[in-house]
Design a protein around this ligand. Sequence first.
Ligand code: ZN
Length: 111
Amino acid sequence: MRTAGGFDTDALARLRAHRRWSVFWVVGYLPFGFALFYGGAPPASGAVILMAWLVVGLWSLFRLRLHECPRCGLLFYAASTWRSTNMSMPFTGHCMHCGFDLDSSDLEPIV
Ligand SMILES: [Zn+2]
């Protein structure tokens, strides 16, 4: 849904949710690995599970990179599809182009 000013609130909700999941997959990798190791998981299956976790985390980061900014419409975390990426992703909440803050409630479009 778009606000009267053309701000895409659905895209904002999707981006926020995807960002949370990406942080979960990236930050959770190490604690999950330790839990498997110290929890006594069989080494072979533990390694397979960790590799699957890593693949999901990397896939989540790749998909997050393709999100468009709800305010300016450009890629939120990348200069362009095949160019540089914001290296602090997915932990930053600011658009690489217009500086829109994901945690702010300011839904004003660019003037
Ligand atoms: Zn933007």
